[in-house]
Structure formats: structure tokens, C-alpha cells
Design a protein. Structure first.
Ligand code: MCA
Ligand code: AMP
Length: 511
């Protein structure tokens, strides 16, 4: 029998008093977290499937651990999800209960579910009294742990069913690659409703018996403060590292004791020098979810003497490749396949490529993979080859040393903005539902901060009074999610179409 979170199995003594998670001034020890989660697990044991209102708070951690301890699959919800997307996720995943904090205001769609309140401040004030042990320890590695919704090119997001085995395998492969131990203190500010922030950022430290400090909200000052006061690792998306690089490139407004030149890293320093010192002192700086531009890699290395390392993953596969902590950092690559992951490149017709440097679709196989899309056997089948490999849709190459470089992706209708995957089709459908829009197309455009930004091309129903860009952005934010809103709207008299009536997106940007 292997446990997913062994450190939370009835911890006692020193193991119980170790800090597990910290959000601002609220810290939970292993004992307190285990006690709170097991008490909650007993309340949801018969729930079938639960939704978790995944705010960046300790309540979300307690809720997730409780669901795992109860063996009840959890569906993490983005608390900013708009009406249409939320209705889809609820209808598709059919949770019977929603786990939320005492002060969370839930949208009407969730009021139909049993609300189970999670209160971190009330959690086991006396750790020794409340520490775990009430639930059966048996865990089936094939059973679903989480259902994480992820966008495709068209249609609404699909629920990737992630078994416990995949979570354990992926986190253990990262332990091997990064020498990740219980002594590590992870700093992050990622949302807790995606794989990166939730599985790597929360379950990762908990599986190792280490700790995580969540900033609540990303800020370079917060990163500097936490890394300078005990944090050993930082996980972030490229937008976050870009913003750190901007500070490092900026004016020296804190050339005090925090300056690396002064041998510092003291939290007393502020601004650029404190940040440089804090980053320089970290054991590992990791970027993922999208490509970190080489320019930002270089700016951070120049200011801190430290290299950011990249790993490459996907909701459906968890982590596939990564630069090792003891390996050679090579900006622009995502490193070799992780332990247990098989990776190959294939051409469109299925021909498997063997030559170093050849470019093809990245396909993977291994214990880190999902079991399928919920209620979508068609989509699950389409995402796999006849011989059982998962088709990532990413296009890349592998060099002589086994290092993988991602050069693009097959679908132009997928946009990666701020590390979020966004489907052009889902936004087009929502824009078309706006009464002021007759035709709509959505594309991604390069953006120095977000990597790509969502751009909408709209033909107004009444060209004399088109809906404003702000109104369309609000409409998308309210129906789908704020990160899916168009950042730029272009108004056209007609969309360019080919003889078959298909919109020619490539010619849009040329205008
Ligand atoms: C703006 N806002 C709005 C609107 N406009 N709200 C409603 N209606 C509007 N029209 C609000 C936003 O909600 C937000 O609120 C604020 O304004 C700023 O929004 P935005 O500009 O979108 O945020 P940002 O500053 O650009 O965010 C950058 C970010 C974020 C922090 C880097 O993109 C982020 O957290 N990215 C992480 C994505 C991620 O975790 N991806 C992992 C999936 P407020 O100000 O209150 O916040 S990929 C994955 O998991 C795989 C496995 C992998 O490999 O990792
Ligand atoms: P998601 O479906 O949101 O989980 O995003 C997964 C996708 O993010 C992958 O298919 C890649 O396209 C992209 N991705 C993740 N990590 C990296 C990375 N280090 N470099 C480039 N792209 C990445």
C-alpha cells in the first residue's frame, strides 16, 4: 500500500508540529491540517464527487486534502469562472457538494449544491487532539483524485480525470529530478485550480513532508520577502518571471543590505537589490506552463547569477520533462523526459521520428497520464494514437542529449496567456452570443508580459454603434473567466473568408 500524502497520516510529535502551509499570517502544521482534513473527510465521505471553491487560501488546501483522504474526486473551481463556463462544469461533473470558506459568496449556480464550510482558523487548535487516523488508509492508485477542466480549440473545457497514481508518479519524478525533500520550502502565487499551482505547488510539498508558502497574490516584493526568509524554491509561470526580470532591470531603489554585492539577501532591503539577493539565495527557480523567453532567462541570470530551469507539462499528462537540479541548464529547452515518462516525436501520418533535431508532434506515455476526459470517450480516443500514446499537440525536437525543445503547437486556435490555456472557439461562441456582434474571430498575438494576448476581430451587428471593447471584455469575463477576455478588439466590415466560407485567421493579423 502506498499513500499519496504519507506525512498527513496521523502525524505526531515533531512531525505534527512542522509547518505544512502558510498563507499570510495563517499557518497550518501537519497536525492541524491532518486533523482539519480528516474531520472534513468524514463529512464528505459519501459525497460521490465534490467541487472545491479554489480560492488561494488554506481552506482550499484543507478541502483538497480532505477529498483525497476520503477518496472522493474533487473538481477545483476557479472562483472567477463566469456563468456559462460554471454551468457547463457543474452539468458535466455533477458534484453533490461544494467545499468553500466561511466568507465565500457563491454564485447562484452553486447554491443548489450542499455547501460544506471549511474554516482554517477553526481548524484543530490542539493538534495532538485532532491529528488524523479516522479514515481507512487503503488507497486505490487507479481511482480518480481530481478532475481538472482544460480548454480545447473548440467547444467548452473538458474535464481531465487524474488518478492518484498520476499525481504520485509525477511528484516522485520531480523529487528525483530536483532533489526535492521535506526540507524544501516552496514559494508560489499560482492559482489553486490548475495542475501547476495545486498539484505541483501544494500536493508536491505535502507529499514530501515539506512546506509551501502561498503569497495569495503574485508580487515581486512578496517573492523577495519569502525567499529571503526561508523559502528554498520558487514555482511560477513565465509572466511572473518576466515581471521579476522587469524589476531586476529597473532602478535600484533598495541598494541597502539586501544587495547581493553586500552579500545580503536580507528582507530589510527593498526593490531590485533585495529581489536579486533573494533569488540568488534560492535553491531552485522553476518556470512552467508556457515558454520562458530566452531574453528573460538571460536578464535574471545576469542580475542574480542564477538560472531559472524549465519543466514541461500539461493538465492531461502532469509533468513530462524537466531540467534536473544537477543537470545543465539550457535556456530555450525544457530538459529531458522525467523518470518513468516515455516521449517520442511523430509526423502527422504517424511516422515516428528518430533523428536528433527532427521536428514532430510530442507524444508521451507513462504513469503520469490522465485516464481520459470525463464523459468524452470521443475526445479521449482522438487524443491518443492507435498504439496508446497521448498526443500533446505540442511540436518539438529532441537533441543528442535527450533535451526537448518546444517549437510550437499544432493548433493555432489555442492561446497561452499568462500560462492559462484558452480556446479561441469558446470565446468566439460567447462573443457571437452578444447582441451587438454579428461575426467574431479570436486569435492570439505575441505579448511581452503575457506571452500571448487574446485578440478579438468583430463585425458589429450595427456598424454605426458597435459594442465597446470594454463591454465585450466584460461580457467574456462574466460568461467564461476574466483571463479569457479579449485584451484588444478590432472592428471590421467583414471577416476574410475563403471560398468555403471558412474564416482565414492568418490574414487577420496582416491587416
Ligand atoms: C480585469 N479583471 C476583470 C476584468 N478585467 N474582472 C472581471 N471583468 C473584467 N473585464 C480583473 C482580474 O480578474 C484580476 O483581478 C485583475 O483584473 C487583473 O487581471 P489580469 O490582467 O487578467 O491578471 P494579470 O495581472 O494579467 O495576471 C497575470 C498572472 C496570471 C498573475 C500571471 O495570468 C496567473 O495567475 N497565471 C497563472 C496561470 C496558471 O496557473 N496556469 C497553469 C495552467 P484581481 O486584480 O483581483 O486579481 S498550465 C498547467 O497547469 C500545466 C500542467 C503546466 O505545465 O503548468
Ligand atoms: P495546460 O493544458 O493548460 O495544462 O497547458 C499545457 C501546455 O502548456 C502544454 O501543452 C504546452 O503547450 C505548454 N507548456 C507547459 N510548460 C511549458 C514550457 N516549459 N515551455 C513551453 N510550453 C509549455
Amino acid at each position: 500500500m502506498t499513500l499519496l500524502l504519507p506525512a498527513l497520516q496521523s502525524p505526531t510529535g515533531q512531525a505534527a508540529s512542522r509547518e505544512a502551509v502558510r498563507f499570510g499570517d495563517l499557518s497550518l502544521s501537519y497536525g492541524r491540517l491532518a486533523g482539519a482534513a480528516d474531520a472534513l473527510a468524514a463529512r464528505i465521505a459519501d459525497a460521490g464527487r465534490v467541487a472545491v471553491w479554489a480560492t488561494p487560501t488554506p481552506e482550499t488546501v484543507i478541502a483538497m486534502v480532505a477529498a483525497l483522504r476520503a477518496g472522493v474526486p474533487a473538481v477545483p473551481l476557479n472562483p472567477r469562472t463566469g456563468e456559462r463556463e460554471l454551468a457547463h462544469i457543474l452539468a458535466d461533473s455533477k458534484p453533490t457538494a461544494v467545499l468553500a470558506g466561511p466568507d465565500d459568496v457563491l454564485p447562484p449556480a452553486l447554491k443548489k449544491l450542499r455547501r460544506v464550510t471549511v474554516d482554517a482558523r477553526a481548524a484543530g487548535a490542539h493538534p495532538e487532539d485532532t491529528a488524523g487516523g479516522t479514515l481507512p488508509a487503503e488507497e486505490d492508485p487507479g481511482s480518480p483524485a481530481l478532475i481538472v477542466y482544460t480548454s480545447g480549440t473548440t467547444g467548452p473545457p473538458k474535464g481531465a480525470v487524474l488518478p492518484r497514481r498520476a499525481v504520485a508518479a509525477s511528484l516522485d519524478a520531480l523529487e528525483d529530478a530536483w532533489g526535492w525533500t521535506g526540507d524544501d520550502v516552496l514559494v508560489h502565487a499560482l492559482p489553486l485550480f490548475h495542475v501547476h499551482g495545486l498539484i505541483l505547488g501544494v500536493l508536491g510539498p505535502l507529499r514530501r513532508g515539506g512546506s509551501v508558502r502561498h503569497l495569495g497574490r503574485f508580487s515581486p516584493d512578496g517573492v523577495a520577502r519569502e525567499l529571503a526568509s526561508g523559502g528554498t524554491m520558487l514555482f511560477g509561470v513565465p509572466t511572473m518571471y518576466h515581471r521579476l526580470a522587469e524589476v531586476l532591470d529597473g532602478p535600484a531603489d533598495g541598494s541597502g543590505p539586501g544587495s547581493p554585492a553586500a552579500g545580503g539577501g536580507s528582507p530589510a532591503g527593498t526593490g531590485r537589490d533585495a529581489l536579486a539577493g533573494a533569488l540568488a539565495g534560492a535553491r531552485l527557480l522553476v518556470s512552467g506552463s508556457a515558454a520562458l523567453p530566452v531574453h528573460d532567462h538571460e536578464r535574471i541570470a545576469a542580475a542574480t547569477g542564477r538560472r531559472v530551469i524549465e519543466r514541461y507539462g500539461m493538465t492531461e499528462t502532469l509533468m513530462n520533462t524537466g531540467i534536473r537540479a544537477d543537470g545543465v541548464p539550457r535556456p530555450g529547452t525544457v530538459g529531458p523526459p522525467l523518470a518513468g515518462v516515455e516521449l517520442r516525436l511523430a509526423e502527422e501520418d504517424g511516422t515516428v521520428l528518430g533523428e536528433p533535431g527532427a521536428i514532430g508532434e510530442i507524444q508521451v506515455r507513462g504513469p503520469n497520464l490522465f485516464t481520459g476526459y470525463l464523459n468524452r470517450p470521443d475526445a479521449t480516443a482522438a487524443a491518443h494514437t492507435a498504439d496508446g500514446w497521448f498526443r500533446t499537440g505540442d511540436v518539438g525536437s529532441v537533441d543528442e542529449d535527450g533535451y526537448v525543445t518546444i517549437v510550437g503547437r499544432k493548433a493555432t486556435d489555442l492561446i497561452k496567456s499568462g500560462g492559462y490555456k484558452i480556446g479561441a472557439g469558446e470565446i468566439e461562441n460567447v462573443l457571437l452570443a452578444h447582441p451587438g456582434v454579428r461575426e467574431a474571430a479570436v486569435t492570439g498575438e505575441e505579448d511581452p508580459d503575457l506571452g500571448e494576448r487574446v485578440v478579438a476581430w468583430v463585425v458589429a451587428a450595427d456598424p454605426g454603434s458597435p459594442p465597446s471593447a470594454e463591454e465585450l471584455a466584460d461580457h467574456v469575463a462574466a460568461q467564461l473567466a476574466p483571463h479569457k477576455r479579449p485584451r484588444t478588439v478590432h472592428y471590421l466590415d467583414a471577416l476574410p473568408r475563403n471560398d468555403l466560407g471558412k474564416i482565414m485567421k492568418r490574414s487577420l493579423h496582416a491587416r
